[in-house]
Ligand binder design. Structure first.
Ligand code: 6R9
Length: 635
């Protein structure tokens, strides 16, 4: 199908129109022409958002690893599937060809089977960014086991909660991990977690740091000797399109994490099709997404989407700051990366550093830049565009969620004209709706509301593992017959979408609705500011007032704080309006962030409200030490 790779704007509109008018025909064509199925579907789609129940490609049979590996072997067997770049640049990078990947996945799959894992069993994977992580996930998929990857930065408590919730039979981990200068005792964390998880029968341990770890008799096994002995042939389990592929946890606004369940056929079709178009992947390109595979971005756009296209995907073990803040650009130069996909939080951190760190490297291979995870503020967008993209590589600001499985709203590079801070247009098949507070859909352009999706797309999560009611309550109950995203968005005069932030971040000040994102944008545009977060706190007269937490750039220059406050307030008055001026501005050295880089506003709200006796669950915080500092300096 010629439309698999959208090449100009008119074609986008044409494809989009078809995807809305005849969604079933549209997805059927994509699915038919670009994947191998052992049996075709009886029905493309059946859905009912009131239950909610969604089925794509019903009764079709396939194995996703056949699509991600086997079918490439004839034409691309020697092509590199995965480039692995280690934490330490002095250690050699690995290039794993599709042929090798095939063998390694088969061996691992046979090890799983020999250890009692079969179709439908849950396997928890708690590994650093080493090739074994990708191989383990694909090995599960090969035999129909359901992987539940837990980011290897989570604490033993968080790991235990997730392992128990998914009722995992097996844990796959390593003796430890490297992270910049540090080594982390992953096996120790697993041992602590498993004290609470008696149902885990086997722990497979990969060797990474050669640490002397405890191996529990009868439970723990070194992985490598088992792989060495395993056969490199493994017939893939043939699954139903709606059989589960994986569980991935995402935090809710309250309570326990939600195990989002993704299924096989639709997830494959959607991640592959979006990858091809949104990164404009061409046969010999090298694609790099800097996320950790422990997040949905890594699942869909390091592993499944790229491999389903026979791409070369780079997996980076390290951090952007090691050995120095030029590491990303060094890796781009070293592997001649063509597509680079990262998060605004990383961009802002790097933009604070000396430009020499960028300019010392040849970035001429880059063709497409991506952003994901949070709204990208205008200043970060321009820094990325000017210094990394050199004004020639388009930026795709991709909006999506763990729940959506794949990118939902995004420019198509070289096709959609960019507009900084706008995720722009819905991808084919995605039907957004903006809702007002009364539950009515806002028609036309230049409107601002709550972002819903009114029609299913192939990679929507099908349920929350073990809690279908919570799935219904969280996503399908706020608005009838619509999936509610939890985000606010506006649609501008040409129909472009801008994500304005979580709607739970909306603060009503003196009866005015204020989104935190535009206020933070205004603050961040002050030349002395590196990053900021604005939250609301109760106010006698206004109902709520605003509290700004501001990180200054480390330029070494000493500035008068009161003057800075005045200038920042002026900036906000100018950009958003005087109503948006914070009551208080506190200068801080960091903001409490989750490991995926999201600001934990819940904590800031408590601090702003002087209610710090119980900060709630802080186990997912990357930098707990900064919380103490902020509490001490609170105004
Ligand atoms: C992929 C991912 C989902 C939430 C989402 C939204 C925010 C993600 C964004 C963005 C503005 C973007 N978000 N991408 N906001 N612009 N380009 O991040 O999944 O970790 O589940 O987070 O992240 O608020 O609702 P997840």
């Amino acid at each position: 199908m010629s439309n698999y790779h959208i090449k100009h704007l008119e074609e986008y509109f044409q494809v989009y129109r078809k995807s809305v008018r005849e969604p079933e025909n549209f997805w059927e064509e994509v699915a038919e022409e670009h994947f191998i199925w052992r049996k075709k579907w009886d029905n493309v789609l059946s859905w009912d958002f009131s239950k909610p129940e969604i089925k794509w490609f019903e009764n079709a049979k396939l194995n996703i690893t056949e699509n991600c590996i086997d079918r490439h072997l004839l034409t691309r067997g020697d092509k590199t599937a995965i480039i692995w770049e280690p934490n330490d640049p002095k250690e050699e990078a690995k290039h794993i060809s599709y042929n090798q990947l095939h063998k390694e996945v088969n061996k691992f799959a046979n090890v799983l089977k020999a250890n009692g894992i079969g179709k439908g069993d849950r396997v928890c994977i708690y590994l650093p960014m080493i090739p074994e992580l990708s191989v383990a996930m694909l090995a599960c998929a090969r035999i129909g086991a359901i992987h539940s990857v837990v980011f290897a930065g989570f604490s033993s408590k968080a790991l235990a909660t997730r392992t128990k919730d998914a009722d995992c039979k097996m844990m796959i981990t390593s003796d430890g991990s490297y992270r910049g200068h540090k080594t982390i005792d992953l096996k120790g964390i697993v041992d602590d977690a498993l004290e609470e998880c008696p149902d885990v029968e086997t722990v497979l341990v990969a060797k990474r740091i050669n640490a002397d770890v405890n191996m529990k008799e009868g439970r723990d096994k070194w992985l490598q000797p088992l792989l060495d002995e395993a056969s490199d042939e493994c017939v893939p389990e043939i699954l139903d399109a709606e059989d589960p592929l994986f569980i991935l946890y995402t935090s809710g606004s309250t309570g326990t994490p939600k195990g989002m369940l993704h299924t096989t056929g639709g997830y494959m079709v959607y991640t592959a099709y979006t990858f091809k178009n949104i990164f404009r992947y061409e046969e010999n390109d090298v694609y790099w997404c800097t996320a950790d595979i422990g997040w949905i971005t890594g699942h869909s756009y390091i592993l499944y989407g790229p491999l389903a296209n026979g791409a070369t995907t780079l997996m980076f073990e390290g951090v952007p700051s090691y050995p120095d803040f030029g590491r990303f650009w060094e890796v781009v130069e070293k592997h001649k990366v063509n597509q680079f996909y990262t998060a605004p939080t990383a961009i802002r951190a790097l933009a604070k550093k000396n430009l020499n760190l960028v300019e010392n490297h040849d970035l001429s291979s880059l063709k497409v830049l991506g952003s994901v995870g949070e709204p990208i503020n205008e200043e970060a967008w321009h820094w990325y565009n000017d210094n990394i993209g050199k004004n020639k590589s388009p930026i795709v600001d991709t909006w999506w969620q763990t729940e959506t499985g794949g990118i939902m709203i995004s420019p198509i590079p070289y096709v959609t004209p960019a507009k900084p801070t706008y995720a722009t247009l819905p991808f084919p098949g995605i039907q957004p709706a903006l809702m007002d507070d009364e539950g009515n859909e806002l028609e036309g352009n230049q409107v601002d509301g709550r972002l819903c999706i009114k029609f299913p797309w192939p990679s929507i999560a099908r349920t929350i593992w073990g809690n279908h009611k919570r799935y219904k309550d969280t996503y399908f109950s706020a608005y009838e017959n619509k999936y509610f995203t939890g985000d606010g968005a506006l649609r501008d005069e040409v129909g472009y979408y801008r994500i304005t932030g979580r709607v739970d971040d909306v603060i009503i000040v003196s009866g005015h609705n204020l989104g935190t994102a535009p206020i933070e944008d205004a603050i961040d545009e002050h030349p002395a500011v590196a990053e900021s977060a604005v939250v609301g706190f109760p106010h006698e007269i206004k109902g709520n007032a605003l509290y700004g937490f501001v990180i200054l750039k480390d330029t070494g220059e000493v500035r008068d704080r009161d003057n800075l406050r005045k200038e920042i307030n002026q900036q906000i008055s100018d950009k958003v309006g005087p109503i948006a001026k914070p009551e208080k501005i506190q200068f801080v050295s960091g903001l409490p962030k989750t490991r995926s880089g999201k600001i934990m506003r819940r904590i800031l709200r408590k601090i702003a409200s002087k209610d710090t006796s119980d900060l709630g669950d802080t186990s997912t915080l990357l930098n707990p030490e900064v919380v103490e500092e902020i509490i001490e300096g609170a105004l």
